[in-house]
Design a protein around this ligand. Structure first.
Ligand code: PGA
Length: 267
């Protein structure tokens, strides 16, 4: 499969921002800007749990999909404060972010819990966006490739190739998240290739690895997205802060849209 055949994805991770009315307004502004557009990348809005329902309502019959920022791996039970995959599915959620570095850093998530959540997403047909990435210390100690490979392999433990068909991976260097320090596009491209070769080696299947979209995340803005999208190994972005502003987020989506159109025109 050629690089251009992979789906481009622009996902907005709203983190712990926006009340329900604010979320409705932001989703509405993005929808209004894109409603009549064709040849868009996959656009995914990931609001907080409490705003999933209003955002889903705003996105009905629009090109926008909705994702959760996290979930538990179990279906139900005495797990106070948790949200299960069936609860998300029942709302109409299609995507779920798994293993974001803030979950790993502040909420005790490990490679093992990421693996359990990925298996749960696959079991329930949610499209997983699995986040991997090194800290600044790991980068300075030349551990980037080892860390990213280990996180990728651990996330995929016990999954067979057929279960990877909807998988999306996001390379998010921790030092680039929310800091304004964007990873150089050529370097992000190199690490995306490391992620793909890890998957290719694990399954002895380079075509499988070549079919999986790898996004870049970390201080993405309208002013730096073009460089990332110009890289052959990168297929879009997981956007935090810049996704909270409709104009900025739509500008990022339009940059990706420019990449979608030539492929669509050919078919
Ligand atoms: P940022 O966050 O764009 O604000 O750096 C990205 C993310 O955490 O997914």
């Amino acid at each position: 499969m050629s690089v251009k055949q992979r789906q481009l994805v622009i996902a907005g991770n709203w983190k712990m921002h926006k009340t329900r009315p604010e979320a409705r307004e932001l989703a509405g502004a993005v929808r209004d800007a894109l409603e009549t557009e064709r040849d868009l990348p996959a656009v995914v809005l990931c609001p907080s749990f409490t705003s999933l329902e209003p955002v889903l309502q705003v996105c009905v019959n629009s090109p926008l999909a909705v994702g959760a920022q996290n979930m538990d791996h179990r279906d139900s039970g005495a797990y106070t404060g948790e949200i299960s995959p069936p609860m998300l599915l029942e709302l109409g959620v299609k995507y779920v972010i798994i293993g974001h570095s803030e979950r790993r850093q502040f909420f005790g998530e490990t490679n093992a819990t990421v693996n359990l959540k990925l298996k749960a997403a696959v079991r329930h047909g949610l499209i997983p966006i699995v986040c991997v990435g090194e800290t600044v210390d790991e980068r300075e100690n030349h551990l980037t490739d080892a860390v990213v490979s280990r996180q990728t392999a651990a996330a995929l433990d016990d999954l067979d190739a057929a279960q990877l068909s909807g998988l999306i991976v996001a390379y998010e260097p921790v030092w680039a998240i929310g800091t304004g320090k964007v990873c150089e596009a050529v370097e992000a491209n190199r690490v995306a290739a490391v992620i793909r070769s890890t998957i290719g080696n694990l399954y002895a299947n380079r075509d499988l690895a070549a079919s999986i979209p790898v996004l870049y995340g970390g201080s993405v803005k309208a002013s730096n997205i073009d460089e990332q999208l110009a890289q052959p190994e990168l297929d879009g972005a997981l956007v935090g802060g810049a996704s909270l502003n409709a104009e900025e987020f739509v500008a990022i989506i339009r940059s990706a849209q420019k990449k979608v159109q030539p492929a669509a025109a050919k078919s």
